[in-house]
Design a protein around this ligand. Structure first.
Ligand code: NAD
Ligand code: USQ
Length: 406
């Protein structure tokens, strides 16, 4: 299939581009590289050095003979997005290209607005471009399990059958998101569903859980093919953070009681889920929702698992409960369905101790680059943050592309 991957420079977009290319799809990789700029502004950087997009696609071609076409593109430009969609005969577009950090979106009014404008406008532009130039093309959009929040009932896949005053309907599952970022995904979902109904767009909303892992076999092929790995308070997701903390003997930072339960998946399953969704397109006008995760854990359980995995090798790990910087339930019911992708053939990688070992192993290689101050949460849901993370040092300005792997 011919597909554009938007957000192709990111943690998930880059491995997905490689995965699809390796399986014979014709991949166009698009990104405006804004994430590298956000890193500089937040004083954060990928633990694993990442090459420029130009170098990445050159290296991929040199190793495999396969071509990924690199396009620098900002989705918030309607003209550029429409021009790109018009240029190719597309069967699918995969949309990862959003500001995806909940803490970032909670820093200040400016950060909340930036997040929602970037995400909602980008998705709207893509929808209009599809209507104009590729009405048959399948939109595979990355949403989030966080759209649902943590209701006291089972979470269904997108829709719930409701009986009210003697009448029945199948309605979108109620949304109780936990940050301005998560809210942006809810707004996207509504806009996509609307355009499926009104214009006949075909779309799959992948409500993805928290991703962990260092990469996929294709990113392991060469240093220049590696994907980013975030461990800081703004971009680092919880398991990747815990593995990084463990690697340098820093106490695992469980926020509050640690009973917060979420759906999780291995990055190797992310790329497979996207491919499965892509290969099995919905009908014109159909809006599908898949819950994209494979296992659910509480934050406390994750910390205990890491502790146990390390104890197996005779290593000690301590766990610290920090005052929770977020407003979220710390003890709650959680049971989310996730059957659709299994029905399409997903064979999940489970979070076994070996995986934790693998992540810790990679972190070990780069642990000199870890800055422990980035383990401390700087953004509070109630008070926000100043957004002033200090003047970027020369080193921080250099991080976008690490010199060693240019
Ligand atoms: P990331 O920040 O590593 O990558 C996102 C990419 O999108 C970046 O390279 C950025 O430059 C690009 N981008 C942002 N706005 C853009 C715009 N306007 N135009 C063009 N490019 C733009 O994030 P990620 O972890 O790879 O996440 C990718 C997607 O998956 C996001 O939509 C996120 O919400 C979703 N998701 C991620 C996780 C996770 O655990 N990482 C979990 C659930 C859902
Ligand atoms: N947490 C800790 N300690 C930490 C970091 C996080 O206890 O050091 C807790 C948080 O309080 C939260 C849970 O771990 O309860 C998950 O936090 P996270 O930062 O790993 O994930 P989140 O902010 O929800 O966002 C991430 C991605 C986002 C994606 C989302 C999927 O950044 O793009 O949408 O996971 S989901 O959580 O299903 O909404």
């Amino acid at each position: 299939m011919r597909v554009i991957v938007f957000g192709a420079d990111g943690y998930l977009g880059w491995p997905t581009s490689l995965h699809l290319s390796a399986r014979g799809h014709d991949v166009i990789a698009a990104d405006n590289l804004i994430r590298r700029r956000w890193d500089v502004l937040c004083g954060t950087e990928s633990l694993v050095p990442i090459a420029s997009m130009k170098r990445r696609v050159e290296r991929w071609k040199a190793l495999t003979g396969r071509e990924i076409k690199w396009e620098k593109l900002d989705l918030t430009s309607l003209a550029d997005t429409t021009a790109l969609i018009t240029q190719y005969q597309l069967e699918a577009v995969v949309h990862f290209a959003e500001q995806r950090s909940a803490p970032y979106s909670m820093i200040s009014a400016q950060h909340a607005v930036e997040t929602q404008v970037n995400n909602v406008v980008g998705t709207l532009n893509l929808l209009f471009a599809l209507r104009e130039s590729a009405p048959d093309c399948h939109l595979v959009k990355l949403g989030t399990m966080g759209e649902y929040g943590t209701p006291n009932i089972d979470i269904e896949e997108g829709f719930i059958d409701i009986e009210h005053n003697g009448r029945k309907d199948r309605l979108p599952f109620p949304k109780q998101p936990g940050s301005f970022y998560h809210l942006s995904k809810v707004h996207d979902s509504h806009n996509i569903m609307f355009t499926c109904r009104v214009w006949g767009i075909r779309a799959t909303d992948l409500n993805q859980g928290v991703v962990y892992g260092t990469g996929i076999p294709e990113t392991d092929m060469h240093g220049q093919l590696r994907t980013r790995f975030d461990y800081d308070d703004i971009w680092g997701t919880v398991l990747n953070r815990f593995c990084s903390q463990a690697a340098i003997g820093y106490p695992l930072t469980v926020y509050g009681e640690g009973g917060q339960t979420r759906g999780f998946l291995d990055i190797r399953d992310t790329v497979r889920c996207v491919e499965l969704a892509m290969l099995n397109a919905p009908e014109r006008g159909e809006f599908r929702v898949f819950n994209q995760f494979t296992e659910q854990f509480s934050v406390r359980e994750l910390a205990e698992r890491i502790k146990a995995a390390r104890a197996h090798h005779g290593l000690e790990t301590s766990i610290e409960h920090l005052p929770n910087p977020r407003t979220e339930l710390e003890a709650h019911y959680y049971n989310a369905k996730h059957q659709h992708l299994l029905d399409l053939g997903l064979v999940p990688h489970k979070l076994e101790d070996s995986l934790i070992d693998r992540v810790i192993g990679l972190v070990e290689r780069y642990k000199k680059r870890i800055r422990p101050e980035l383990f401390v949460p700087r953004v509070d849901w109630r008070r926000g943050g100043t957004g002033d993370f200090g003047k970027p040092s020369a080193r921080r300005r250099r991080v976008a592309v690490a010199p060693g792997i240019r």
